[in-house]
Design a protein around this ligand. Structure first.
Ligand code: GLN
Length: 455
């Protein structure tokens, strides 16, 4: 099985994989065979998997798709990687992404953009573009990814595959190269909700090495897959179907909603009034945390160091100017600005307050005596995948495309993306559309159930 996928990876021109080491992979496969023969296997033993290059690995380089970490090898495995190794998966390699997971198109990778397998002139989405493209092109049956503001759901949608971002705190962030720590959350991308459930079973769990890890009993995320949807109340937020939503995406999402009605669910009109504030709020909080997290890349402790410098300050300056790409620098500048004396109250504190209101929007419809629905559905992204290069020089256009995924992240809620048909895009080509399913905290098993019944 591992050899089959390695051959496909070798033949692929999508740029989805950054590091592959056949010898290592085949060694892991041989170990998995031994475990299977010895009767010491889990359901994942021998299953090939690939990890987003944000998770550190002892055996493969861990670059976060940055020049800063081009040759970095971690002395330890991320908890997520360790958990999969213990389950007996076979690692095929590391997957391309936007530099430090900052982006929505995978064009911010130091190692070049990933192509969308449905149309190689289109972006795969981001930041986990390598993970989504590799699943769509059958280069791996399972992939890890991370979602800070949509980076699991949006590339899954644009590549026509399934991905889930669990409740914040479910998956350990230990060894996940940090972008915005109060938002970062790992999760799987695979073909189906069932596969995502099996992968989540291995990924979730309390980790004392992550201070925001949630201490909860382990659960089987696949336990509800076969439950019928009779009586399910699906909230349809009017803010997710307004101006800016492309007609082809709306059509595919509405067709999926009709299918859910046929499955016995009822659609309820709801409102999440603070939705439009999610973009300015996220693009203050995420850069603020990024500017702090990325201060560790100083040319001393990790990775890249400039060659020519006069003194220590010059070394820092040159290392960071040369090592970081434009988008990462932009975030560091914005983050340092909103945290600086005199602007902290005007930007950062305000954003934190609005973040709370955004979370309250969701609680008003998903919980309490006035609960209106069990899950929320809408589009993942306002359009299908755009053409490679078409928005590469326009950061704000990229930020605006995150409108439907950011509020879930700011609230810490679980959200998933399920393929629901195709649109045409600008080029009249066939480009996938994703349906987003959002649930209340810890409701992953229900999201997977809802998605599985539809699939
Ligand atoms: N597109 C968003 C950003 O650029 C989200 C990225 C992510 O979830 N890692 O920040």
């Amino acid at each position: 099985l591992a050899s089959l996928f390695l051959a496909r990876i070798e033949a692929s021109d999508l740029n989805a994989f950054l590091h592959v080491d056949k010898g290592l992979t085949l060694q892991q496969a041989a170990n998995a065979d031994k475990r299977l023969a010895a009767g010491d296997a889990t359901v994942l033993t021998g299953i090939p998997i690939a990890h987003k290059d944000i998770f550190v690995t002892r055996d493969w380089r861990s670059t976060a798709a940055s020049k800063m970490l081009e040759n970095y090898v971690s002395p330890f495995d991320a908890t997520v990687v360790e958990q999969f190794n213990q389950a007996g998966t076979v690692t095929l390699g590391k997957l391309n992404c936007d530099e430090f997971a900052m982006g929505s198109s995978n064009e911010n990778s130091y190692f070049g953009a990933v192509k969308n397998p449905w149309d190689k002139t289109a972006i795969p989405g981001g930041s986990s573009g390598g993970s989504a493209a590799a699943i769509a092109a059958c280069l791996t049956p399972a992939a890890t990814a991370t979602d800070t503001g949509g980076s699991i759901r949006q590339p899954a949608a644009l590549c026509g595959v399934t991905g889930i971002k669990p409740t914040y705190g479910r998956v350990s962030r230990y060894g996940m190269i940090a972008f915005a720590s109060s938002l970062d959350q790992g999760g799987p991308i695979a073909k189906t909700a069932e596969d995502c459930g099996l992968l989540l079973n291995a990924m979730c769990g309390f980790d004392p090495r992550d201070s925001t890890s949630i201490e909860r009993e382990t659960e089987d995320f696949t336990r509800n897959l076969h439950q019928p949807l009779q009586g399910l109340r699906i909230g349809i937020p009017k803010e997710y179907f307004g101006e800016g939503l492309a007609a082809d995406v709306e059509q595919a999402v509405r067709a999926a909603l009709q299918e859910f009605e046929k499955l016995g669910a009822t659609l309820v009109d709801i409102s999440l009034p603070k939705t439009e504030l999610s973009i300015p709020t996220y693009y203050v909080i995420a850069p603020a945390e990024a500017s702090s997290n990325l201060s560790r890349f100083d040319g001393v402790r990790y990775g890249y160091r400039a060659n020519d410098y006069k003194d220590l300050a010059d070394m820092y300056r040159k290392t960071r100017s040369e090592g970081f790409g434009d988008e990462v620098k932009r975030r560091i500048l914005v983050g340092a600005y909103v945290l600086s004396h005199g602007y902290y109250d005007a930007y950062y504190v305000q954003a934190q307050k609005i973040r709370r209101l955004i979370a309250q929007d969701f609680q008003q419809v998903l919980s309490g005596p006035d609960k209106q629905c069990d899950v929320i559905m809408g589009p993942v992204a306002p359009t299908v995948a755009w053409d490679l290069g078409s928005k590469a020089d326009d950061p704000v256009a990229n930020y605006l495309a995150d409108i439907f995924t950011l509020s879930t992240s700011l609230a810490g809620l679980p959200g998933m993306s399920v393929p629901c048909g195709f649109g045409q895009g600008e080029k009249n080509s066939k480009r996938p559309v994703g349906l987003q399913i959002i649930g209340n905290y810890f409701d992953e098993a229900r999201l997977l159930n809802v998605a599985h019944q539809y699939q």
